[in-house]
Write a protein that binds this ligand. Structure first.
Ligand SMILES: Nc1nc2c(ncn2[C@@H]2O[C@H](COP(=O)(O)OP(=O)(O)OP(=O)(O)O)[C@@H](O)[C@H]2O)c(=O)[nH]1
Length: 235
């Protein structure tokens, strides 16, 4: 076994190199996926790069539209069970649906906090505890409301021969981004999950300011939504 396993690269539109590295089986509670690893060179710490993932189930390269989720990293929601957002429930819901169909793909993009990073997302949460909404908090920190870039999706999907998606999303800008990249969106599959007292106003803001196609606002009355406990500076 060589020290460095064989890999190949594909240029993304912004001229960074996306390297396909390797894959392994990934059993989950819903199905056994194949997990594929990519490195985006020219990002992250010097000499390294952001590591992106694809979870694939079944024959996705047969030319038929593929049930797909393009999921942005949310460590707090995907891993730490946060109820401030709908991310963890969307991740689980998407994997369940792919498993039910026996065919699909989930791209896991490392664009934490809509592209501003984990620590800045926690700064943004702090501002939200002081009254800002999710968009205002990003702007107050000097970022765009949504700093994500989806260019990597094209070479990632090309790797698996996927050209047309049945995209699980509520985000119209994600659909536009795919279309502009030349990836057909044959169908939008809504992914409405986990509206609760903690994420109700966040979801309402996404609907009102970011254009998300969601359930009617205020499903949970604001006066019944408990404010998250204020966090002390020092514990
Ligand atoms: N800056 C910021 N990012 C957040 C906040 N809440 C969640 N996020 C991030 O928002 C992103 C959500 O990404 P996706 O799951 O792809 O969802 P989406 O773009 O809202 O669209 P859908 O496809 O409809 O889910 C993740 O990167 C989360 O970390 C917040 O309050 N502030």
């Amino acid at each position: 076994m060589p020290a460095t396993a064989p890999s190949d690269t594909a240029a993304s539109a912004n001229d960074q190199q996306l390297e396909y590295v390797t894959s392994c089986a990934l059993p989950t509670p819903w199905a056994q996926f194949t997990l594929h690893a990519f490195i985006e060179h020219g990002t992250g710490s010097p000499g390294a790069g952001k590591e992106h993932l694809a979870m694939v189930l079944g024959d996705v390269g047969d030319g038929e539209p593929v049930l797909a989720r393009v999921h942005s990293e949310c460590l707090t929601g995907d891993v730490l069970f946060s109820q401030r957002c709908d991310c963890g429930a969307q991740l689980e819901g998407a994997l369940r649906r792919i498993a039910e169909e026996g065919r699909g793909i989930l791209l896991y993009l490392r664009q934490e906090g809509r592209g501003i990073g984990l620590v800045n997302k926690i700064r943004a949460y702090r501002l939200q505890e002081a009254g800002a909404d999710t968009v205002e908090a990003n702007l107050q920190l000097g970022f765009h409301a949504d700093a994500r870039n989806y260019e990597l999706c094209r070479p990632m999907l090309e790797r698996f021969g996927v050209r047309s998606l049945r995209l699980m999303t509520n985000n119209p800008r994600k659909i536009d981004a795919m279309t502009r990249l030349g990836i057909a969106v044959a169908e939008r599959v809504p992914l409405l999950v986990n509206r609760n007292a903690y994420n109700n106003s966040y979801l309402n803001t996404k609907q009102a300011k970011l254009g998300h196609m969601m359930t009617p606002p205020a499903a949970v009355p604001a006066d019944q939504a408990p404010a998250p406990a204020a966090t002390p500076d020092v514990i």
